[in-house]
Design a protein around this ligand. Structure first.
Ligand SMILES: [Zn+2]
Length: 419
């Protein structure tokens, strides 16, 4: 916890030094009109900085390292919270079992008519041998009973402590995220693109424009509350399913040595595949009902090279799960079957799995290196919109390791049902 605080403050301090001259709105839009206003301001700021004050290579490198550190802390906290949740679940089951055992003993007492139950039981013996036996059983039963009550109390205490730990972890996680979001917001106007994997500023601006259009088409006016607009435009659902009918996980969302760059960094999504994926067109489905808020498709630069870097074609779907907003992203798609603004259900095919280096030649980084070793789906999840108006890259700041939310089997174990 101390370490997290140190990193948190160091990041805030470094951010202040780095960007003391910039006045970037980090306040969330209240209405649709505010969102439009923020987008206009952001565009103006970005255009101005594009000419004048882009980050130097070393500034960018430093900022990326800081973001990476925070991201690793976030995913570690997510893992610890998931582990704590499991432990609490186990403890709850144990306590329920103990309660059942205690219940059984109480029933015995009642049947045996009260406080002298053990004695009555012992004196009910047929002969002396039986008496000795019954006495021994009574003794065991009494101490067993006491042990049970002690253990039961201990379990409740443990459970309380774990719950407190969990609450503390969640606060730490929220702080880390705020730091990350500020960091991303502050540097985003001064770079064209943070890395080979994230959205470029221009893509984020386009995503924000798409989103505004979606809310307007859903009937929202400038004076309307933004959260109400989001809820209105985003189909409701209650749970996540898996995005493939059949598949296996080949990589979790966790820090790793990037196979392309060799750097130790966050892998933001879960990778999954299926046999013969290079040569078969496997359907990709959204993990919940939602609305398509953004699509990154192939674009050819004047040089004849593909503009898009790692991930190739991508689809972003915004969800409303029990009133909470999420965005899921699907990368390396060989084909896309949906359009921006389209409402999708869990049964709507959104694309085809791709990323075969031999045929899907578009899936390369800007240095011309292949981004994949074989066709697979890279699935990302965020607990916010693609662009939130208070950071424009905060979709990434809100990332959740999908393995803590979706019900995947273990790595390399096939599933045959999406739920
Ligand atoms: Zn991946």
């Amino acid at each position: 916890m101390k370490k997290i605080n140190k990193i948190f403050w160091r990041t805030i301090f470094a951010s202040c030094l780095l960007l003391a001259n910039f006045n970037i709105p980090i306040v969330s839009a209240q209405t649709l009109g505010d969102l439009k206003q923020e987008l206009a301001e952001f565009k103006a700021e970005y255009e101005k900085n594009k000419q004048e004050q882009q980050l130097t290579e070393s500034e960018l490198k430093q900022a990326k390292q800081e973001i990476n550190t925070i991201e690793i802390n976030i995913v570690n906290a997510q893992q610890q919270i998931a582990n704590l949740n499991n432990e609490i679940e186990q403890l709850t089951i144990e306590i329920e079992n103990k309660e059942a055992e205690i219940e059984d003993i109480l029933v015995f007492f009642q049947v045996a008519s009260g406080e002298n139950a053990y004695l009555e039981y012992a004196f009910g013996a047929k002969d002396f041998t039986d008496f000795i036996y019954r006495l021994a059983v009574s003794e065991q039963l009494t101490s067993y009973n006491e042990d049970l009550v002690t253990e039961y109390k201990q379990n409740i205490e443990d459970n309380k402590k774990k719950t407190e730990e969990l609450a503390q972890k969640q606060i730490e996680l929220a702080n880390e995220r705020t730091a990350l979001e500020k960091k991303v917001a502050e540097i985003s106007v001064r770079v064209d693109k943070l890395d080979e994997y994230g959205l470029s500023i221009e893509e984020q601006i386009k995503a924000q424009e798409n989103e505004i259009k979606i809310y307007e088409e859903a009937g929202c006016k400038d004076s309307d509350d933004l959260n109400a607009c989001i809820a209105q435009a985003t189909p409701y659902d209650t749970e996540f399913w898996l995005p493939l009918e059949i598949g296996q996980v080949t990589g979790w969302a966790e820090p790793r040595y990037n196979p392309v760059t060799g750097n130790y960094e966050m892998h933001h999504g879960v990778d999954m595949s299926r046999s013969n994926a290079n040569s078969t067109d496997y359907a990709i489905y959204p993990i919940a009902n939602g609305v398509v808020t953004n699509i990154i498709d192939l674009e050819v630069a004047s040089s004849g090279r593909y503009v898009r870097s790692c991930g190739g074609r991508k689809v972003f779907v915004q969800h409303n799960i029990n009133g909470k907003i999420y965005t899921s992203a699907y990368w390396h798609l060989r084909a896309i079957n949906v359009e921006v603004g389209q409402v999708v259900s869990k049964m709507t095919q959104i694309g085809v799995m791709g990323g075969n280096p031999a045929t899907d030649y578009w899936d390369k980084d800007s240095y011309g290196n292949f981004c994949t070793t074989g066709a697979h789906l890279h699935l990302e999840l965020s607990d916010r919109k693609v662009s939130a108006g208070d950071g424009y890259s905060s979709y990434r700041a809100g990332f959740i390791a999908p393995q803590y939310v979706l019900d995947f089997p273990n790595k390399y174990v096939y599933w045959y049902s999406r739920y």
